[in-house]
Design a binder for this molecule. Structure first.
Ligand SMILES: Cc1cc2nc3c(=O)[nH]c(=O)nc-3n(C[C@H](O)[C@H](O)[C@H](O)COP(=O)(O)OP(=O)(O)OC[C@H]3O[C@@H](n4cnc5c(N)ncnc54)[C@H](O)[C@@H]3O)c2cc1C
Length: 442
């Protein structure tokens, strides 16, 4: 029987103790706290695109992140409870069993995650629901416009928010109330997808994320970022912070704070500004996803007209496997499949190819990225895909990259294509001539 106020902290994409205003709030307000993470069995099932939701890369990264979080909680006399159940059911059951009166989480961007929150609010009318912004630079009430008036384009958004003050990152959580629940051996049941033939550069967890931030800013790469960021390969050419940011192992405010410090020490230039500028793109997509809800996943996006593409299973399969007539695209896809990562330039090239050369429905590409990307983030992924497919926030319509030009510009000597075995040019796209199919009976 518990006596004081019992709180439940629902971890999502905020798997960290530093700059976690939401967890700090919970720590201060309740007498006992349950720290929960839900592993939804749906992630193990094929989704509406016929794809498993998560590749082994993503499973591995999340597992490492959870182990790291559990260790950090342990230092504060707490532990993580991982539920292998749909979040609504798991949270409802635990909240009922432990007489939880306060439910906390970081604000989520995804439409379905927000539906779950609403559903729980209906089922648990006596519980107080408290959400705090930890995934973005600004809190909802800091935005200089109501969300319903989110600017239509990134440039308008940037101009509106650029002068707003970014809050200083909060100190790491240093104290937590104890848990009323026993520790369980959740790791035993975790899907085991840990094997990788390739060297692992991205290791999940807050400690690894903070280390990457420190290392990146200890070099001078941030001062050359604008020129380097378009390269297809090379660890130093961009910050590589995205997997930790997406899973909330790293706080975006912490990155800005450290970048500011770097600028004070080393000097600000166009490149250091450009890194911040990219974080503003991320910020835009976060609020864009909040604002547009389920339209983020619609074929016609936020536009009125459907694109002139369709679903060609064979072409899609070839694109996924890196087996198209376009060696540069193949190399990028093979890099993604092997490592769970692809450069920003590579992502633009393969997305443009899927939509323009292969004329495949963009949502299949987005779903495949969702499965493979270590840095999968619902807002950044679906927002960027909409943008490239011409159904999103791009005032200029869809983007079509000239694959020959891109190859000349970014892989002139063919090193990248060779490394990832992109293959030879001009393989046939379809194994059956579409015009002759189905064959007419003789
Ligand atoms: C089709 C497509 C899908 C994408 N899907 C995702 C995704 O699921 N998750 C994700 O984090 N990024 C996504 N991006 C954006 C971008 O490609 C990655 O953030 C970036 O390549 C990550 O590498 P980095 O951390 O070294 O980035 P850096 O170049 O060092 O940038 C620093 C940070 O800025 C943010 N950022 C940079 N570019 C963008 C952008 N175009 N949109 C939003 N944020 C950006 C990221 O958080 C990134 O970590 C996608 C881009 C495209 C074109």
């Amino acid at each position: 029987m518990t006596m004081g106020k019992v709180g439940l902290y629902w971890f999502g994409n905020d798997l960290r103790l530093h700059d976690n205003a939401s967890l700090l709030k919970a720590a201060l307000e309740v007498d006992e706290l349950l720290c929960i993470y839900c592993l939804d069995p749906q992630w193990l099932m094929p989704n509406r695109y016929g794809l498993a939701t998560m590749s082994h890369h993503r499973w591995r990264f999340i597992k490492e992140s959870l182990i790291d979080l559990d260790k950090q909680l342990h230092k504060l006399g707490q532990h993580l409870i991982v539920c292998y159940q749909s979040p609504v059911k798991a949270i409802y059951d635990i909240a009922s069993s432990y007489q939880v009166s306060y439910l906390y989480r970081s604000r989520q961007t995804g439409y379905y995650e927000n539906q779950q929150w609403l559903s729980l609010q209906k089922q648990l009318p006596l519980v107080q629901f408290i959400e705090t912004d930890t995934h973005t630079l600004f809190a909802l009430d800091q935005l200089p416009f109501p969300l319903a008036k989110l600017p239509d384009t990134f440039t308008q958004f940037k101009n509106a928010v650029e002068q707003c003050t970014i809050a200083k990152p909060r100190s790491p959580v240093g104290f937590l109330p104890s848990s009323p629940a026993m520790k369980t051996d959740w790791l035993n049941r975790f899907p085991d997808y840990s094997k990788s033939e390739h060297e692992i550069f991205f290791y999940g967890g807050e400690i690894a994320g903070l280390t990457q931030l420190k290392n990146y800013l200890a070099s001078e790469n941030a001062s050359h970022y604008k020129k380097q960021r378009n390269e297809l390969d090379g660890w130093q050419n961009s910050s590589k912070l995205s997997p930790w940011l997406a899973n909330g192992n790293l706080s975006v405010r912490q990155i800005c704070f450290n970048l500011n410090h770097y600028e004070q020490q080393t000097g600000a230039n166009e490149s250091t500004y450009w890194l911040f500028f990219e974080l503003l793109w991320r910020e835009y997509f976060q609020w864009y996803a909040h604002h547009h809800g389920k339209h983020l996943f619609r074929f016609k996006g936020i536009k009125q007209q459907k694109p002139l593409t369709s679903f060609y299973p064979e072409r899609f399969q070839k694109w996924c496997n890196g087996n198209t007539p376009y060696p540069l695209v193949n190399a990028c896809m093979k890099q993604l499949n092997a490592t769970g990562f692809m450069s920003n330039r590579g992502r633009q090239i393969v997305a443009s190819c899927l939509v323009n050369e292969l004329t495949v429905d963009w949502r299949y590409g987005a779903a495949y990225f969702e499965q493979q990307l270590l840095d999968y983030d619902v807002a950044s992924n679906w927002g960027n895909w909409q943008y490239l497919a011409g159904v999103g926030a791009d005032p200029r319509g869809k983007r079509h990259f000239d694959l020959n030009k891109q190859t000349q510009q970014y892989d002139l000597d063919g090193l990248f294509i060779n490394k990832w075995q992109g293959g030879i040019q001009n393989l046939p796209l379809d194994s059956v001539d579409v015009a002759d199919w189905p064959a007419v009976a003789e």
